[in-house]
Write a protein of this length. Structure first.
Length: 201
């Protein structure tokens, strides 16, 4: 979700690019632009909190599918079953460190989404890897990169940690249970239910 960097770089890029390159750049950014438009629209409409978070997270799924085609998804329900099985997946948290420190899934390994350290990925190619972030955008990028590196059993957590928290599923902060999630910012945080939204720093 580095959308601000995307938009800032676009203006300087478009001023010097040829028409064909401009078209390709707009195609690349269209899913994210549409998603931001959906979020802005939701903020102006009087809707219930439950509808708000469902609609926003559904829009993210569509945007990620368009931006990162081929990325596989896993639902929170399925992931819960996998974690309770005899062969649990590796969990990769691809949010900023400050977000991870507020709360994360138990046993998750932090991976910097801007500078991923691929050495933290389990070397067993048969083990499933589940990547998550706040809503699925940054984790979609990491999942696609892992697939490009030859890893087949990679899954993006549907609705991200926001959806997981909204469903009341367990999280940790250090050695203690956690109930709130870093909202990323004031706009994206609207997809978290108020009782699940940690205060912004």
């Amino acid at each position: 979700m580095t959308r601000n960097d995307d938009f800032r770089s676009s203006s300087s890029y478009l001023s010097r690019a040829r028409p064909a390159a401009i078209v390709e750049e707009m195609k690349r950014k269209l899913p994210l632009m549409l998603l931001v438009a959906v979020l802005s629209g939701l903020s102006l409409v009087a809707v219930s909190a439950a509808h708000h978070d469902r609609a926003g997270l559904a829009a993210v799924r569509s945007a990620v599918d368009a931006r990162y085609p081929g990325v596989q998804w896993v639902s929170a329900e399925s992931l819960t079953r996998w974690l309770a099985s005899s062969a649990p997946p590796q969990l990769l948290d691809s949010r900023a460190r400050a977000e991870f420190d507020v709360s994360h899934l138990a046993g998750a390994v932090w991976m910097d989404p801007e500078h991923p350290d691929w050495s933290v990925v389990d070397s067993n190619p048969a083990r499933r890897v589940v990547v998550y972030c706040s809503v699925g955008w940054r984790s979609g990028d990491i999942a696609q990169q892992l697939r490009a590196r030859g890893r087949a059993n990679v899954f993006n957590l549907e609705q991200g940690l926001f959806g997981w928290a909204n469903a009341g599923l367990p999280m940790v902060r250090g050695d203690s249970a956690a109930t709130q999630v870093h909202p990323y910012d004031a706009v994206w945080g609207r997809m978290l239910r108020s009782e699940r939204r940690a205060p912004l720093p």
